[in-house]
Every structure is written in structure tokens, then in C-alpha cells.
Write a protein of this length. Structure first.
Length: 593
């Protein structure tokens, strides 16, 4: 059944702040504002969490029902928790910091498990003072700095063999060993510090990394897998892939006792069934297909959730493992390259690289992005061309746009040596949703115009994901990293070998490609001292992605949950940048009628 002391030190560091401005869901606008570069002396942060009691009304009790497309793969063991972001999204685990809106309405973060923190002058580490008196669920004692240390190191493949934690893998290219300094202080050593590290990795803004109980480890691995332990406002009652995640409120919670008694997240892959659950009143909140939004929102009973963001639908041409050395340790990288696949280039063979590039460009040119937007997204989305940036972003270039031109694409295929196309191209398009429908459409066009036959992989993501971790993904696969976070953030790690352990072995997350320029850009961004420098590095990288067509974008849509206003009384929610559990967050604050 799944159910201190603060020491002030003077530091001096050049810090570049980036302020992401809230995405306007209907228009899909993403913008970054440059804020002055400032010299920070005595960088000690002590703040008070934003009050939410007045925004959420009195306790109402009852059971909140949320219809989601997936509850992912269930596990409460830190090292093999491939869907730990579900635990933080459901507020069953707490993160060090909490996502909240700043006074100017921008996304920021504040104290949560960590009450204060200080940065090292050279960016080598951050010390976090851990709040005292936070009890773990199921009577495993109070949370301590040692639990923070254990949770992060257990999930990091650099320190725990075989670790495949979904969100620690995101931080791994930047995060070294986490240490217990005593006095309830945890030190986060940075191997490649970036200015957004705290916001993205340590708050619940993006995916979130929750804290497990080290004391619970005495129960053994199997018990932990079936019993995720945390400190959140809700605790897990049961979590079953294919069925749902069921949680109950923790009364007298240290931060916020929930207004409802239970939250039931039902896994409902079929969009039509989720829609029916909303229309019949069975669900309070649902993840609805974008094409259904106009009709649903025309009904005064329904409204968009309090916070949303813009997301992209894209894919990578997997199998292009081009790096030979680990970007930071210089260890040799074991890999398997299959240049016999038309879209895979051999970096030791210039002709192979150019042929594969032309194939990728031709295939990107044979995606009818405008047609997909009209037919699948009801004309409400937008076209996307490069997988890690929105076409609406201020750094986006017109030169990166890709017109639908099957005739020119066919000519490129001939130049590449494939005048008659090729067979058996595997592509992962997921089980359901907008990208699945788009994938069915553009692979049909590949067959029609380029004579490329495809093998469609629609397995559950949890089944497909290990091939990425093992660096054995030799197929195209859906992968979007746009547009919830700025492209100037270090998203290059997703197609870099930097996520591997230092010895070069497989492990840590990867999308299916390892590109040398991605790693070079990642390291250079960490050393950048101004936003202008970071922007220049970003544009150079995106120029390369566009030219090589390694990560084509297809479409961009808003993402936000839809709720029934007749059943939901009030709901405060901080800013988010991840779609887990229908994009619902901070449900301890929701009040139902």
C-alpha cells in the first residue's frame, strides 16, 4: 500500500537577476526583464512566507476530486523515484523554498523548510538553515538537516549508484554533494552554479525536490517504494499507477492545515472522459484538452485555474550521442552511436553529419505546423520551431521559423542520399494528448511526402524513460522544454552529457542526445557575469539548434487547470512552470462549497 544558529558573513559577488514576467495564457507571451547587475554584500536571506489564510477562507472539509491524464509511476524510494515531482505537486512533501508572487507580480520564492540561507562569495555553496519542529508523516520524527542531505544525495547519480530521481537529475549538472554542517544547517555545494538554481531546483516553481525521512529507511526499500513519506499538508493514502493518487489532510500542519479533508487525483487518460467528469460535476478540477477549452469556458460554471503558463510541443532526434568526454570530469563516455539511422550523424565523418542534418531539416520542413494548430488546437495555439524557445520570446529570430515546404524537403532528402525515403523510423509520441495527435499528423505527412515510414511508440512514459537514462534512446521522441522558463536558464543540460556521473557511466537524466556545444554553453553560462552575456550564449546555441534541426518545435499552447466555480469557493496558488497533476498546486489553500 502506497499510502539553529545563523552566522552572518560578509560576501561579495556579482549577481545577475532575471525576473520572469507572468505568462498571459491567452496570448502566449513570454518575456524576460533585465534587472540591474548589483554587487551584493552580506547575502543573507530571511523572509516571512506570504500569508494565505485570508485568501482561502475558512475550512470547508469534504473531498476534492481532480481528473488528471496521469499520476505517473509510483515510488517513495528517493533513488528510484522517477516521478517525485508528483509528491511535491500534491503537497505531500515540502521543498526547501516555496513558489510565490513578488510585490510586483513576478514569480519568486520564499522560505519554507529553509528559514534562511546565505551564498558563498564565489558561488561554491549555499548554506540553508532548516526549520525546526516539522514532523514527518507516520511518526518518523522531526525533519532535520540530515534528512535534506540524505534526500538529495540519494537522488543524485553522482553519489548513489543507479539513482534515477526525476528532479534531482535536473539539478545534477550543477549540484555537488550536500553536507550536514551541524546546527541544523545543510550545505549545498555547487559544481556549476547558475543564478536560477534556487528558484528552479529548490522551490516548487518547476518540478520541486521534496524531502524524505532518512529514519524511514530502516523499513527497507520495498516498504519505502510503497509508502512515500514527507512533511507536506497532505499525506499519501495510496498511489497506484493507472488508478490515481489519494491523499488526506494533515491537521495542525506547521505551515497551513488544508481546508479540505482529502484530495483524490484520478488517472483518466481519455480527454473526453475528463471532460465528462467536469460537465457532470464529478470532478472539481480537471486537465482538459486544449481543443475543448472554448466550449468549456463559454459555460459560466467553469473557469481557468489561478495560475498557468505556456508550454511547447516538440521532439528530439534521439540517438545523436556526439560527446566523447564528460564535460566537467573529462572521463571517457561509453556510448553507442548508430549512424546507419538516417537522422543520426557520426561526428568523425563530415559527410555523415551533413547527410543526417539535411534529413532532420527536411523532416522539420514537412511538419504542417499551421495545419496542426487549426485542426488539433482549434487555432488557439501558436507555431513553435526550436524546441527550447517560444516564437513569441524576445530573443527569437525570424530566421528560425520553418515553413511547411514538402517539395523543398524532398529535394533535401535526395541531396542527403534518401530520394526514396527510408523505413522503420521509431518515434515516441506518448499515450494521449495534443502532442500524440500532432505526432500522428506529422508522421502521416512524412509518409505521404517523404516516403518515411514510422513505428509509433505510445508506451507509458515511465516505461519509455529508462532508455533515456541508459543513453540507449535511438529514436525520435517527444520532448518539450518551452516555454515555462526562460531560454537563458541552463536548459542545454537536457541534451548534454553533463547529467552523467563524473565517471562517465550512464545515469542522470538526458533527452536522448549529447551535444558538445550544449555542454560548452552550459559551462559558459555558469561563468557569465551579465544577462547580456547569457543572452548572447543562448542565441548562439539556438542558432545551432535551428541549423542542425536537432530539437524541432511543433506547437505552443497555454496550460492551466480548469475548475468548477460552483464547487470551488476559493483557491490561492503560487506561480508554476510544470504540468504535473493538471498543473494544480498548493491545494492546502483551496476551499470547496
Amino acid at each position: 500500500k502506497i499510502v539553529t544558529k545563523e552566522v552572518e558573513v560578509e560576501v561579495e559577488k556579482i549577481v545577475t537577476k532575471e525576473v520572469p514576467v507572468e505568462v498571459e495564457v491567452e496570448k502566449i507571451i513570454t518575456k524576460e526583464v533585465e534587472v540591474e547587475v548589483e554587487k551584493v554584500v552580506e547575502k543573507i536571506v530571511v523572509a516571512t512566507p506570504a500569508p494565505v489564510e485570508d485568501a482561502t477562507g475558512p475550512r470547508t472539509g469534504g473531498t476534492l476530486v481532480v481528473a488528471v491524464s496521469s499520476v505517473a509511476s509510483a515510488s517513495g524510494l528517493p533513488r528510484d523515484c522517477t516521478s517525485c515531482s508528483i509528491l511535491t505537486a500534491a503537497a505531500t512533501q515540502d521543498t526547501l523554498l516555496i513558489s510565490q508572487f513578488g510585490a510586483d507580480g513576478s514569480a519568486t520564492f520564499g522560505p519554507n523548510i529553509a528559514t534562511s540561507w546565505k551564498y558563498d562569495a564565489a558561488g561554491a555553496y549555499t548554506d540553508f538553515v532548516i526549520r525546526e519542529g516539522i514532523p514527518f508523516h507516520q511518526d518518523f520524527g522531526d525533519l532535520k538537516a540530515s534528512d535534506v542531505v540524505w534526500s538529495f544525495n540519494q537522488g543524485n547519480a553522482a553519489f548513489t549508484d543507479g539513482a534515477i530521481h526525476d528532479t534531482v537529475g535536473d539539478a545534477a549538472p550543477h549540484l555537488g554533494l550536500v553536507e550536514d554542517l551541524g546546527g541544523n544547517v545543510a550545505r549545498f555545494n555547487w559544481t556549476n552554479y547558475v543564478s536560477f538554481a534556487h528558484h528552479k531546483f529548490l522551490s516548487d516553481f518547476h518540478e520541486g525536490i521534496g524531502i524524505f525521512s532518512e529514519a524511514a529507511a530502516v523499513k527497507g526499500d520495498e516498504w519505502l517504494r510503497e509508502n512515500p513519506i514527507g512533511t507536506g499538508p497532505f499525506e499519501v493514502v495510496s498511489w497506484e499507477t493507472g488508478k490515481g493518487l489519494f491523499t488526506r489532510a494533515v491537521q495542525n500542519h506547521w505551515r497551513k492545515s488544508p481546508n479540505v479533508d482529502e484530495v483524490h487525483y484520478f488517472e483518466v487518460p481519455e480527454g473526453s472522459t475528463r471532460l465528462a467528469m467536469m460537465e457532470t460535476g464529478e470532478a472539481h478540477i480537471a486537465e482538459l484538452d486544449f481543443k475543448d477549452w472554448p466550449d468549456v469556458l463559454a459555460d459560466p460554471r467553469f473557469s481557468k485555474g489561478p495560475t498557468g503558463y505556456s508550454q511547447g510541443g516538440a521532439f528530439v532526434f534521439g540517438g545523436n550521442y556526439w560527446e566523447r568526454k564528460h564535460p566537467t570530469s573529462d572521463a571517457d563516455l561509453p556510448f553507442t552511436l548508430k549512424p546507419e539511422l538516417a537522422w543520426v550523424g557520426d561526428p568523425d565523418d563530415a559527410a555523415s553529419m551533413e547527410s543526417a542534418r539535411k534529413v532532420r531539416v527536411a523532416m522539420s520542413m514537412t511538419i504542417d505546423r499551421a495545419g496542426i494548430n487549426e485542426a488539433i488546437l482549434g487555432g488557439l495555439g501558436a507555431e513553435q520551431y526550436v524546441g527550447s524557445i517560444s516564437a513569441a520570446h524576445y530573443l527569437h529570430k525570424d530566421a528560425w521559423k520553418v515553413d511547411f515546404d514538402p517539395v523543398a524537403a524532398k529535394a533535401l532528402m535526395t541531396e542527403a542520399g534518401y530520394p526514396d525515403g527510408f523505413d522503420n523510423m521509431a518515434i515516441y509520441i506518448g499515450e494521449s494528448g495534443s502532442f500524440t495527435e500532432a505526432g500522428l499528423a506529422f508522421t502521416a505527412d512524412w509518409s505521404k511526402h517523404l516516403n518515411i515510414t514510422t513505428e509509433l511508440d505510445q508506451r507509458a512514459y515511465g516505461v519509455f524513460r529508462p532508455s533515456r537514462i541508459d543513453r540507449d534512446s535511438h529514436q525520435a521522441s517527444s520532448f518539450g522544454a518551452c516555454c515555462s522558463i526562460p531560454p537563458t536558464w541552463a536548459e542545454e543540460w537536457l541534451v548534454s552529457a553533463s547529467g552523467r556521473p563524473d565517471d562517465g557511466s550512464a545515469g542522470g537524466f538526458n533527452s536522448g542526445m549529447e551535444i558538445p556545444l550544449a555542454s560548452e554553453t552550459l559551462v559558459a553560462k555558469a561563468a557569465a557575469t551579465s544577462l547580456a552575456e547569457t543572452e548572447a550564449l543562448t542565441v548562439t546555441w539556438l542558432d545551432y539548434l535551428s541549423e542542425q534541426a536537432l530539437w524541432p518545435g511543433v506547437f505552443e499552447t497555454p496550460f492551466v487547470s480548469i475548475y468548477n466555480t460552483e464547487k470551488v469557493k476559493s483557491w490561492y496558488m503560487g506561480p508554476i512552470a510544470n504540468s504535473a497533476l493538471a498543473g494544480t498546486r498548493h491545494l492546502e489553500n483551496i476551499a470547496i462549497r
